[in-house]
Design a protein around this ligand. Structure first.
Ligand code: G6P
Length: 612
């Protein structure tokens, strides 16, 4: 939620900042802005409602010179999207500028106190309070910018990643974080700041992930210095990025979402690589902590959004193979539910970004109460990856499209491997059972490749459904969460209302909605519940509804009753959600495209939700 970029060095800052903002646009795109100190030590700030491209147009013919600057792309929390509320925010004297990702919970208390001191506010944001507080402290205490920032942060309650510049000190950028991510890229005579590594990778692969309560002092021609908010020097841990620029580009596809759907043959290969060995599963997160899993009384999965759907499938896999009672919680509910957590519980936190505020808070709560916390993340070095006791990366590469696709299939694949790894350890699945699923896991990339051949058929049938207002998605067993996920994909990018239901529950309510205006997508692979799902399809057809059915190749019954049939290759039941997810993703994509929607940046959404 919100993306920050900063630069100090020898090059012109503006192009670097703008390029960085484009990379971070997935984090929010309702307004954007830049602040640059020009060669005459004047602070120029330009902000504009809308996407980064609109900011670029606005900046044409403006003074954008300067080698130090900060920039921001916003997802509004406090105050509507507007030019005034866009970041950077600035001090009354026009010398200090700040960009901020996060939320300041006590901003109103601080604001009222500053108003008492004669301070005036122009925006409705919490961020303006921070920069005005810094200015107030700097003036009243006659102290350095660093001391003023440090003091201001000690008064602030909430989450923040910030970068601050001051035209009186044009050779320094101050950056700090608490609960919102911030990465510093160390170049040759230049330093970069960003919410994630994507704006940095073009220039350097040496990065430092700032930790909570750390402040970075980034000075031109001086080594990076990091202190804690209580003024102790921190050790700097420089890490090497394993990301490539090509992963951040569309690679010939019209949209990141389509690229990411098509990439799944490779991403699942990378996700599985080295983890299926001689028909067994090797996950160090499990084998390094055998007692935690052998003695686990219960598993609690916490996640949000698509990751929560993956969690629902994961719970079924774990209960089926590892026979440990498993429940799945929305992280946002779990954190406030005063949950019963025992020291023999294992909490699995699933998060693509590794930065989702609610999931992070749920992890902290679980740890405080003594649980062992296992992370399933994509972004290496992310906050959740670092907060958890151990875990497994899904290794699907950067996911840029706001609608999650390859991360979902990666998460389910990791959860399948996790369930099998625990089952091996506990002896709850026979060697041959594990071997059979393990071999199929290795075949997933090939099966995904075959499934992607459905693309032209799905594109064609999508035109039939572009103008409907409601969709129903039905599935059973492992594919009930897939029905939820298919519905979420469609609604988030096409703005068509869609609901996912367990197929047998349809008769308890949704059946009342069915008529010829409301299509139903039925996920009906050849599994134990196949016959029952056929009856559900009959019930839809009997009420005049049209049916798009996802079936296993060779199904002879459903093609006779459904309006459209999408055939997926045969796959063991436990892995079927991974394959069945692909036509669901493609269907949502093509319908949204036909409606003229911006699939990579749907309205009101952001990819990384770092606020509550
Ligand atoms: C946002 C994204 C979703 C994602 C969810 C959880 O809502 O738009 O795609 O599933 O956050 O994010 P996480 O990074 O924790 O998986």
């Amino acid at each position: 939620m919100c993306g920050i970029v900063g630069y100090i060095g020898q090059q012109e800052a503006y192009p670097i900042l703008i390029k960085g903002l484009h990379r971070l646009e997935y984090r929010g795109y309702d307004s954007a802005g830049v602040a640059i100190i020009n060669p005459d030590d004047r602070l120029n700030i330009y902000k504009h409602t809308g996407k980064v491209a609109e900011l670029e147009t606005f900046c044409e013919a403006k003074d954008i010179a300067g080698t130090v600057g900060i920039a921001h792309t916003r997802w509004a929390t406090h105050g509507e999207p507007s030019d005034i509320n866009a970041h950077p925010h600035y001090s009354t004297n026009g010398k200090i500028a700040i960009v901020h990702n996060g939320t300041i919970e006590n901003y109103n208390v601080l604001k009222q106190a500053l108003i008492q001191h004669g301070c005036e506010f122009v925006s409705q944001t919490d961020t303006e309070v921070v920069v005005k507080l810094i200015e107030y402290i700097q003036t009243s205490n006659n102290c350095t910018l660093l001391d003023a920032v440090r003091e201001a942060l000690s008064q602030v309650v909430g989450a923040y990643a910030i970068a601050v510049i001051d035209s009186d000190h044009p050779d320094t950028v101050i950056a700090a974080r608490k609960s919102s991510p911030l990465v510093i890229g160390i170049g040759d005579g230049e330093t970069f700041i960003a919410s994630d590594a994507s704006p940095i990778i073009d220039y350097t692969n040496r990065v430092v992930y700032l930790r909570d309560n750390e402040i970075a002092i980034i000075s031109r021609n001086e080594p990076l210095k990091v202190i804690t908010t209580d003024n102790k020097e921190s050790k700097i841990d420089i890490q090497t990025l394993r990301m490539s620029v090509s992963q951040l580009e569309k690679g010939g596809y019209p949209h990141f979402m389509l690229k990411e759907i098509f990439e799944q043959t490779e991403t699942i290969f990378d996700c599985v690589r080295g983890r299926v060995v001689n028909d067994t599963i090797k996950l160090s997160g499990v084998s390094d902590h055998p007692d935690r899993f052998i003695n686990a009384g219960r598993i609690i999965i916490v996640a949000c959004g698509t990751s929560w759907h993956a969690g629902l499938i994961g719970a079924r896999l774990i209960e089926n193979f590892a026979r440990i009672p498993t429940r799945v919680e929305y992280a946002s509910e779990f954190r406030y539910a005063n949950p019963v957590i025992n020291s023999d519980d294992v909490v699995i936190a699933i998060s693509q970004s590794g930065e989702t505020a609610d999931t992070l808070a749920a992890i902290k709560l679980a740890k405080e109460r003594g649980a062992f916390v296992y992370g399933v993340c994509n972004v290496v070095g992310s906050s959740i990856a670092r907060e958890t006791d151990t875990g497994t990366y899904i290794h699907v590469g950067p996911e840029i499209g706001v609608a999650s696709t390859k991360a979902f299939t990666g998460q389910v694949t990791v959860l399948a491997m996790l369930a099998l790894a625990i089952a091996q350890l506990k002896g709850t699945a026979s060697r041959s059972q594990v071997a059979e699923v393990a071999r199929s896991i290795q075949k997933l990339p090939e099966l995904i490749k075959e499934t992607l051949l459905l693309n032209p058929q799905i594109e064609k049938l999508s035109s039939t459904y572009t103008y409907v207002h409601n969709f129903l998605y039905l599935g059973r067993g492992y594919n009930y969460p897939n029905a939820l996920e298919g519905a979420l994909k469609l609604k988030e990018i096409s703005y068509i209302h869609a609901e996912g239901y367990p197929a047998a529950e349809m008769k308890h309510g949704p059946i009342a909605l069915i008529d010829k205006e409301m299509p139903t997508v039925v996920i009906a692979p050849d599994d134990d519940l196949h016959e029952k799902v056929i009856s559900n399809i009959q019930q839809v057809k009997a009420r005049g509804g049209s049916v798009i059915a996802i079936v296993t190749r060779g199904d002879t019954t459903i093609p006779k009753i459904a309006d459209h049939v999408l055939e997926i290759p045969p796959v063991p039941e436990a892995l079927s959600p991974i394959i069945a997810a692909i036509p669901l993703q493609l269907l949502a994509y093509h319908i949204a495209i036909m409606k003229g929607c911006n699939v990579d940046m749907p309205r009101n959404l952001a990819k990384s939700v770092t606020v509550e």
